[in-house]
Design a protein around this ligand. Structure first.
Ligand code: NOJ
Ligand code: CA
Length: 554
């Protein structure tokens, strides 16, 4: 069976408010993404995950949806979406939408109806408890830093909101809710979307007895609770299996029937341990195609730390499941900032090592817009903050999420080519020096490095589907071999995480495929290979000599 497309793909997450503003109102939009498709095709990415652009009061910037089948006017229209989808398709780029199905906006007509009366047909679509004057348990609204239960005087009850009070949670035990969401998925499949990223997928179901969570020492992202009861309920697997069926049965792109695996489901397994995330693939790999493992986002800048994390993730994969890796997204400070060194050159070199790791490990890589040009984080002034969590936790820096959501830095014209001089969030102060146009065509730039890595991954099957074996190296070096036995192809990857020399063992003679310090094609001798500080070396191992055919017996 051919490999499904998403196992071979490089994904690129777009936060639409911040990518490109086509009409100068300060907010990125769908037409803006369409304008940048040529750039994305040039970069070489295969699929876009677009954060929500549906009608929304924007209390959580689109993660509070008021209509699951439309486009918020600030982002454009359904026609704009269809133009974007057609443009992407023409360039061979797939589109994955962000389905926020754990909760809606409190302005969604379903909730407006539900909260009006206990007798309303939509009442049972959401989660309620009798309002006795205090919350029924210790569950927290994580962007409010308080109880997750909010009073609804009209019915004398409280409703649940794990994020903000503006994001009431559905009761996924109700079959009508399930049907409604499966129809929404079919609607978008019908428009040609290639799959969904499922927002907080592991929170769809809550403990039926509403028990309080036990204490945990982990502050971030757990808020000092072990989420035994407000997430991670075993029944969620049934929902994943149902969603998988809907995906597999969706009509094929064009007129032909869908091929299994043509549509992809990627679960956000919120604040989870890797083991729980891995279980979302299903015991027989018949649930989510991929579950985000956020363990990399919590690692220190140490080769050993990433090795241990990846090793564990691989060992947890059920047979038939496929891993994925990510270093940055719209909820956490960007990794170039997390892994910054004292001097900017080392920071830049580390970003190159990180990119090489993400794009050569066995598993689908997810990039976050702007990481390819090394966009970083900075402290925004109080009055510029927009994220509810950031506003709530100010003046504690970097707990809010605005800093990783600033406008994409396209060029050095006023407004950084984002499209307006007054964007919804301020530009990172380094925008004049750090932009896509300043880096494009400059061979030593981070942008060209990403592009070369993506191209290499596309050109070398072993880097996509090949097996992975860790190989011997000095302490700061992450070294592994990717092998495609059928094609007889083996690739060695050496990543030096330290600013001092290191070394790794080359099993065979090799030739450089891509290196931060060596030219493509250069020959490397078998044996001990010395590496410079923060060096990346990717090399094709010489195929073992084929046994000579026996002379024919006459
Ligand atoms: C996870 C999303 O990634 C985050 O941005 C959002 O605020 C919450 N889910 C709530 O939808
Ligand atoms: Ca706009």
């Amino acid at each position: 069976m051919p490999r499904p497309w998403w196992e071979d793909a490089v994904f690129y997450q777009i936060y639409p408010r911040s990518f490109r503003d086509s009409n100068g109102d300060g907010i990125g939009d769908l037409a803006g993404i369409t304008e940048k498709l040529d750039y994305l095709a040039w970069l070489g990415v295969d699929a876009l995950w677009i954060s929500p652009f549906f009608p929304s009061p924007m209390k959580d910037f689109g993660y509070d949806v008021a209509d699951y089948r439309g486009v918020d006017p600030m982002f454009g229209s359904l026609d704009d979406f269809e133009r974007l989808a057609a443009g992407a398709k023409a360039r061979g780029i797939r589109i994955v939408l962000d389905l926020v199905a754990n909760h809606s906006s409190d302005q969604h007509p379903w909730f407006v109806e539900a909260r009006s009366s206990r007798l309303s047909p939509k009442h049972s679509w959401y989660l309620w408890t009798q309002d006795t004057g205090k919350p029924p348990n210790n569950w927290k609204a994580i962007f409010e830093l308080g109880s997750a239960w909010f009073p609804n005087p009209a019915t004398g009850e409280r409703y649940l909101g794990t994020f903000t009070r503006w994001q009431p949670e559905f009761d996924w035990r109700n079959p009508e809710v399930r049907r409604a969401f499966y129809d929404i998925m079919r609607f978008w499949y019908g428009l040609g979307v290639d799959g969904f990223r499922l927002d907080v997928a592991t929170a769809y179901l809550k403990d039926a007895r509403l028990r309080s969570n036990p204490f945990s020492w982990r502050a971030n992202p757990d808020f000092f609770q072990k989420h035994l009861y407000d997430r991670n309920q075993p029944g969620v697997h049934e929902i994943f299996a149902e969603m998988r069926k809907v995906a597999d049965e969706a009509p094929g792109v064009g007129r032909r029937p869908s091929l299994p695996g043509e549509r992809v489901l990627i679960g956000e397994t919120h604040g989870q341990d890797a083991e729980l995330a891995a279980s979302c693939h299903g015991k027989r790999a018949d649930e989510l195609h991929m579950a985000f493992n956020f363990d990399f986002l919590n690692q220190r800048w140490k080769a050993k730390a990433f090795k241990t994390s990846a090793e564990r993730w691989y060992s947890l994969m059920p047979i038939g499941a496929w891993p994925n890796f990510t270093l940055s997204n719209h909820d956490r400070p960007r990794h170039i900032w997390r892994y910054r060194a004292r001097d900017p050159e080392t920071t830049e070199s580390r970003a190159k090592v990180a990119a090489a790791m993400l794009l050569t490990l066995r598993g689908t890589p997810f990039l976050y817009y702007g990481e390819e040009i090394g966009m970083g984080c900075f402290r925004l002034p109080r009055k510029a903050l927009r994220d509810p969590l950031g506003v709530k936790t100010w003046p504690l820096g970097y707990l809010g999420r605005d800093s990783e959501r600033t406008p994409m830095q396209w060029d050095s014209t006023p407004g950084a080519g984002f499209g307006s001089e007054e964007p919804w969030l301020p530009l990172n102060p380094d925008w004049r020096e750090r932009s896509a146009s300043a880096q494009r065509g400059r061979s030593s730039s981070l942008l060209e490095w990403y592009r070369a890595l993506i191209a290499l991954r596309r050109a070398v099957p072993a880097l996509r589907g090949g097996s992975l074996r860790w190989t011997p190296a000095s302490r700061d070096v992450l070294a592994f071999e990717r092998a495609d036995e059928a094609a007889g192809e083996r690739v060695a990857v050496f990543l030096n995480f330290a600013s001092r020399a290191g070394h790794a063992a080359l099993a065979e003679e090799a030739a450089v495929l891509l290196g931060s310090a060596r030219k493509e094609g250069r020959a490397l001798a078998a044996g001990d290979c010395a590496l410079g500080p923060n060096e990346v070396l990717i090399a094709r191992l010489k195929p073992p000599l084929k046994p000579r055919p026996e002379p024919r017996q006459l």
